[in-house]
Design a protein around this ligand. Structure first.
Ligand code: AHG
Ligand code: MN
Ligand code: MN
Length: 337
């Protein structure tokens, strides 16, 4: 079979990017390659998820005599292992771990980046064959090179990200990542096992027709959110509504669709959980960075997500993210404009 050489692989693309930046060391492209490798391994396991009855359920022992792990733990271990053995990452923090891990070997201590991730997002959807994903944010460490990373490296504002991205295990598997230079999407070509550039320079349309929110919580939302949802559902000459409601329950899939087609995704606080459900460091900051580079907006309803100073690794925040004009309409209803 012929390989189309006009198609750029993820590695080729990141190396080309490095060449355009004077004094770049290439460490970030190595890190992105490691992330690509970990996600290819996760992809293989995700694709086997439906075979769980045959191969063994989480907690059981499979036919090879190996322990079968929950997929989110498997994904966490793959990301942690690949980044630890790579040469660009000083430490990681993950939704699946209570605390951060600072890698203690010489190579890692001399690495300038830390990576924070949600190894498997939307994991409640695994059993029913619905798209799930991985989300990551990369920061330059603030502690000196050569030392072991510490908590302050992980508790940085989202504005400090140098790159952020996600992998969506969907009808195809895609890796999308942003640096300040742009957002680019790569689709995994299973015939060669490579992520290849498929969506160059992604821009979020300034407006769209889709709103994504968990309607089951409607009566728990504040008046501003309810009023905006009401507008989304009405015919309205300012907005061109009614909009279409789409909610997959995997943030990666919901925000990816809205990024490409235009739309808004909301996970507001509720009466029971005023800070909502989503985690600032592993879910909200990476997506806020990506959407802003693509021309959209992300807030907690009052403040830009990327400006929030984190105080703990697992802190949660309400999240509103999407097309610029739709976010403007929301802000009006929330009384912020
Ligand atoms: P995770 O699987 O990492 O715990 O995250 C699931 C998140 C997010 O992906 C999704 O948008 C949200 O949970 C859905 O929550 P609700 O079921 O409460 O709407
Ligand atoms: Mn998640
Ligand atoms: Mn998760």
């Amino acid at each position: 079979m012929n390989v189309n050489r006009k198609v750029l692989t993820l590695d080729e693309f990141t190396i080309q990017q490095v060449r355009q930046i004077p004094n770049a060391t290439g460490e970030l492209s190595t890190l992105l390659r490691d992330i690509g490798l970990a996600s290819k391994r996760i992809n293989v396991e995700v694709n086997k998820a439906g075979l769980v009855d045959i191969l063994g359920d989480a907690g059981s022992i499979n036919v090879q005599g190996e322990d079968v792990k929950k997929l989110d733990i498997y994904a966490n271990d793959q990301f942690t292992g690949v980044l630890q053995h790579g040469i660009s990452c000083a430490g990681i923090a993950s939704e699946e771990l209570d605390d951060y891990i600072a890698f203690d070997d010489t190579e890692s201590k001399n690495s300038k980046y830390v990576c924070l991730f949600d190894p498997l997002d939307g994991s409640g959807n695994i059993d029913v064959n619905v798209s799930i994903g991985t989300i990551f944010g990369v920061y330059r460490r603030v502690t000196p090179l050569g030392t072991i990373a510490s908590k302050e490296d992980f508790l940085q504002k989202g504005t400090q990200q140098v790159a952020a991205g996600y992998i969506i295990y969907g009808s195809s598997t895609m890796l999308v990542y942003a640096t300040r230079r742009g957002v680019n999407g790569f689709t995994l070509d299973p015939s060669i096992g490579e992520f290849t550039l498929s969506n160059a320079n992604i821009k979020c349309p300034p407006s769209g027709k889709i709103y994504s929110v968990n309607h089951g919580n409607f009566f728990q939302y504040n008046e501003g959110v309810k009023s905006y949802i009401d507008i989304c559902q009405r015919k309205n000459k300012n907005t061109g509504g009614p909009y279409t409601q789409r909610y997959i329950g995997s943030m990666v899939a919901d925000v990816h669709r809205n990024l490409v087609k235009g739309g808004i995704f909301m996970y507001p606080g509720t009466i029971d959980k005023p800070k909502g459900k989503l985690r600032l460091l592993y879910e909200c900051n990476p997506f806020a960075f990506i959407i802003e580079v693509a021309g959209g907006k992300a807030t907690d309803g009052h403040q830009r997500i990327l400006d929030i100073q984190p105080t703990e690794l697992h802190q949660r925040t309400p999240m509103f993210i999407g097309s610029k004009d739709m976010m403007g309409e929301l802000e009006k209803e929330m009384g912020n404009s």
